[in-house]
Design a protein around this ligand. Structure first.
Ligand code: ATP
Ligand code: MG
Length: 459
């Protein structure tokens, strides 16, 4: 048995976290637990973010020694979720707050083939529950293992996390190689946090990511895709993409994509996300559909409007996009929107001189998104300026100003695109896809829908 660690305790007067910064429902849960005789802490992202100077965290995680069944009894508005982690969600309208029982890492049972991990333990098995110390040590990074106690309003730090937050460092708890092999998604989390906060990755942790990069193949595809899209939708996404590349993650996660776009294509995509970032810093955000389409910009290169034809070219391009997107595990609905946006890019190039088509196309509901993507990706290319002027003049004749921005970062997670009935996780209050259905594609597509099908030519 290891001897207990001595935590550092930072008293209330020496740290900035106050109850007024927390969601009132979170404070209520913490007090309720305390009054029932349990330990109760705020932990994870919210503590880290307030220490970093972000006084309005959006996501609150609670840790307590109350067991899941006890939490269920205490909070009628709650539900136990997750096979592996058995968290309790407490609902307040559409908002839910995550409460986790203090845990420890369960070692696989070598004498019992059936028992390999926490997931195999029955809910009332004591082996998975632990103390504040064991709970801190099973967390991923030092900055994520800080506990704000509702008992004396202090911060309890077993791992040197406060100093690492102050110094801007992402550091694995324990041996980084072991921790990354235990759960390879942690490597993506390290990159996600380093990019988002502009933190550096501590040398041993960084070396372990380089060495363990191939392990990412063993992780759940679902979690990997989710983390990649978090990186692309969060602050400093261009740095996130650069770090994914630097640590060899892209070669393992998206090998077909990397091979198809090449080094130059990757630079083009990184530049696009750099421009997206500059707009985000001015409060102009883009929906996930447009960001996802940005990954495929290199597929649009080498357009030859004189010798090629729009229909053939877009069919060819979309075939390629579809086959690459398979390894990305993109939900179908997202892929549909991405296809509309990419096809629209070719439409702008091929059809700028056809007055009937252009008029209809600019009036389509998705034109502004298509235009926005074009402008961000190709707006700076002098050879395209005449064509751009043409579209812009037409569009400006319409009464509504050009849209194509959203006011807040897109918080939808990528799997919300599977839809409510398609095993999706879209909450009722989350907006649907920007492009409602493939049948709403405007311009020539509608036209061709109306045209009677051509009879198949007999040989
Ligand atoms: P965010 O601001 O993105 O929500 P977060 O740190 O709160 O950041 P979550 O994914 O909400 O991240 O997880 C909550 C906490 O659970 C983390 O702070 C960390 O302590 C712990 N945690 C999450 N994922 C892992 C993991 N794969 N391994 C170990 N600990 C984890
Ligand atoms: Mg969180």
């Amino acid at each position: 048995m290891l001897s207990p660690l001595e935590p550092t305790t930072i008293a209330r007067e020496n740290h900035p976290i106050s109850r007024s910064m927390l969601d009132p429902d979170v404070v209520r849960i913490l007090y309720r637990l305390k009054h029932e005789g349990y330990e109760a802490y705020l932990v994870g992202g919210a503590v880290r973010d307030i220490l970093r100077g972000d006084v309005a965290p959006k996501d609150f995680d609670i840790a307590t020694n109350a067991r899941p069944m006890e939490l269920r009894r205490l909070f009628r508005n709650s539900r136990i979720i997750g096979r592996r982690f058995r968290l309790v969600h407490i609902f307040f309208g559409p908002k839910n707050i995550e409460v986790a029982t203090l845990r420890r890492t369960v070692q696989p049972d070598v004498d019992n083939d059936m028992l390999q991990s926490e997931a195999d333990l029955p809910l009332d098995d004591d082996r998975m529950w632990g103390t504040l110390e064991t709970d801190a040590l099973r967390r991923d990074f030092t900055c994520n293992a800080l506990y704000y106690s509702i008992h004396d309003f202090s911060i309890v730090d077993y791992v040197g996390g406060v100093r690492d937050v102050e110094d801007g460092i992402i550091r694995s708890i324990g041996d980084p190689g072991l921790r990354f092999r235990e759960d390879p998604v942690r490597m993506l989390r390290a990159i996600k946090f380093a990019a988002r906060f502009d933190f550096s990755i501590e040398a041993n942790t960084a070396e372990a990511i380089h060495n363990c990069a191939p392990e990412i193949d063993k992780a759940s595809r679902f979690r990997v895709t989710e983390e990649i899209f978090r990186i692309l939708t969060q602050k400093n996404r261009h740095r996130g993409l650069a770090l994914l590349d630097e640590y060899g993650m892209l070669d393992h996660i998206f090998p077909t994509w990397v091979a198809a776009i090449g080094r130059e294509g990757l630079e083009q995509v990184t530049e696009f996300f750099d421009v997206v970032e500059q707009h985000a810093q001015q409060g102009r955000f883009l929906p996930l559909e447009v960001l996802a389409a940005g990954l495929f910009l290199p597929m649009l290169d080498e357009v030859d409007t004189e010798h090629d034809n729009f229909q053939h070219h877009s069919a060819r391009m979309l075939d390629e996009v579809r086959s690459i997107s398979r390894e990305m595990d993109l939900p179908k609905r997202l892929l549909t929107s991405v296809s509309v946006l990419l096809r629209g890019q070719l439409y702008l190039l091929y059809n700028a001189n056809r007055p009937k088509q252009t008029q209809r196309f600019v009036s389509g509901s998705e034109f502004d998104w298509i235009w926005r993507l074009h402008d961000l990706a190709f707006g700076h290319i002098p050879e395209l300026h005449i064509m751009q002027e043409r579209w812009l003049t037409l569009r400006e004749r319409l009464p509504a100003p050009i849209g194509g921005w959203v006011d807040t970062p897109d918080q939808r997670d990528i799997f919300s695109f599977r839809g409510i009935t398609g095993g999706g996780r879209r909450r009722a209050d989350e907006p649907a896809s920007i492009i409602a259905s493939p049948h709403e594609i405007s311009g020539e597509r509608k036209d061709s829908d109306r045209r009677p099908r051509r009879r198949r030519r007999r040989r």
